[in-house]
Design a binder for this molecule. Structure first.
Ligand code: GDP
Ligand code: MG
Length: 455
């Protein structure tokens, strides 16, 4: 291929799959970091973006046989929270993710969230590659991360190979049950028809190079058109974060176009659209993640695709999971404000509420959706939702349930603050507010509360 690489942007890759399959660990392995160890409860609660530059790709794919030239400027990899399944980016900016890595634990096969992820990817028509992870757990597996995984599999003892094949066959049958044709990557010569499965171990490092190489190769051959850089801005807010010394910042995924110092930006906020000016554009050192505290480099202009931290005034109430727009002229601002707010209204409107149930509050659209999904599975109804800190008006809304059934006069507040006034009113009225930054903890607290009420 003679195609110039100047005009290709980095593909945005999301890592999906069931909880505990090793999504975060795979990313850790790629960037040699230890995010997984430091996470609350080991579960990724927020989304992070990691930029993997060409040099790192080269380094990590050295052992892969037949790996051709790298034409893309790098990979932008997004880890998704365990419970969230990337749903905050599904409807809004869903076009954001160019390719996915679907992680399957080879010992467990397809699990509920794997199927959920598959359905989501299909709906969005996002191509994906399967990482058949934890191969080091096969009986007497001999690791050899500096070799191509195909050679490593060949050198295993017969019973290890047999166990491997048996597990692989099982997963293939499970994929077939989902209507998908899957093959081991080294047996797949038709990527348009078959989904490739790369055997990996995020633990020993086996197959990690193969995984990266296949992602790069598939992006280059199958997505070249989609990856040609466009000046039309495509930018999604991933996280809103207060940082000491910097104030409240937003972390965004800039998929296309560029951001410049001084740009007038318009984004959705908890209390209406926010219009502000870019006072700083930061990027972490390559291979570090936006979530991890580390020194940032400052830029005057950043071209897609990148994960960027934006400094600006008035970001306190910004809402993650929505588009960030740039106003080129002042008379555009009002239109853009309507656009971002319509996006939020659309997202909240699509959530079905029950007549009776708990009141749910979260810091982002994504975590709200994750929490609701969890409650749905746990058969706990919800009658009200809100994003941002718990205000007096939230308590008032939740208190309506006191007339019906006091077990629902509860606010489940995920990763948000409770205003003092709201707390006082809640205590007076008899509304219970539970706060936590781990979904399970909120759930446990609520279940305990229900038990206590019964007594
Ligand atoms: P996530 O929920 O999908 O992000 O999963 P994590 O990355 O947090 O991993 C879940 C658990 O599986 C952790 O204890 C990891 O150390 C472990 N793990 C992840 N990948 C591997 C692997 O390849 N081999 C083994 N043996 N353990 C793994
Ligand atoms: Mg994780």
């Amino acid at each position: 291929m003679n195609r110039s690489t100047d005009n290709l942007r980095s593909p945005v890759i999301c890592v999906m799959g069931h909880v505990d399959t090793g999504k975060t660990k795979i990313l850790d392995k790629i960037r040699h970091s230890h995010v997984q160890d430091g996470e609350a409860g080991g579960i990724t609660q927020q989304i992070g973006a990691t930029n993997i530059p060409v040099t790192a790709i080269q380094e990590q794919t050295k052992m892969v046989d037949d790996f051709k030239k790298i034409l893309i400027p790098g990979l932008l990899v997004i880890d998704t929270p365990g419970h969230e399944s990337f749903s905050n980016l599904r409807s809004r900016g869903s076009s954001n993710c160019d390719m996915a890595i679907l992680v399957v634990d080879i010992m467990h096969g397809l699990e509920p969230q794997t199927v959920e992820s598959i359905n989501m990817l299909r709906k969005r028509k996002t191509p994906f590659i399967v990482a058949l992870n934890k191969i080091d757990r096969l009986y007497e597996w001999k690791a050899s991360p500096d070799r191509d995984v195909v050679a490593t599999i060949k050198q295993q003892k017969k019973f290890t190979k047999d166990e491997f094949q048996e597990k692989v066959n099982h997963v293939i049958v499970q994929f077939a049950e989902q209507g998908l044709n899957a093959k081991l990557h080294y047996e797949n010569d038709d990527l348009d028809t078959w989904i490739s499965m790369v055997p990996t171990s995020a633990h020993s490092g086996d197959g990690m190079g193969n995984l990266i190489a296949l992602v790069v190769q598939s992006c280059q051959t199958r997505l070249a058109k989609r990856l040609s850089y466009s000046e039309n801005l495509q930018c999604t807010v991933l996280e809103v974060k207060a940082i000491q010394g910097l104030g409240t910042t937003v972390d965004v995924i800039l998929t296309n176009g560029r951001l410049k110092y001084g740009n007038t930006i318009v984004l959705a906020g908890v209390e209406g659209p926010i219009v502000t000016h870019v006072k700083g554009l930061l990027m972490p050192q390559p291979l570090k993640e936006l979530r991890v505290k580390n020194p940032y480099d400052k830029f005057n202009e950043i071209k897609a695709a990148q994960g960027v931290k934006i400094l600006a005034k008035d970001l306190d109430k910004a809402l993650a999971g929505t588009s960030l727009l740039v106003a080129k002229r002042d008379d555009e601002i009002e239109i853009l404000k309507d656009d971002v707010q319509a996006e939020v209204a659309q997202a909240l409107k699509s959530i079905k509420l029950q007549e009776r149930g708990v009141y749910v509050q979260a810091s982002t659209l994504g975590s709200l959706e994750a929490l609701l999904e969890f409650l749905k599975q746990s058969k706990i109804p919800y009658s009200g939702i809100s994003i941002g800190p718990v205000h007096k008006r939230d308590v008032m809304k939740a208190s309506v349930m006191l007339e019906h059934d006091d077990q629902w006069a509860v606010i489940l507040a995920f990763d948000v603050k409770v205003e003092r006034e709201a707390q006082e009113i809640a205590e007076n009225l008899g509304v219970r507010i539970f706060t936590a930054d781990i979904i399970y903890h909120l759930f446990d607290a609520f279940m305990q509360h229900r038990e206590d009420l019964k007594k």
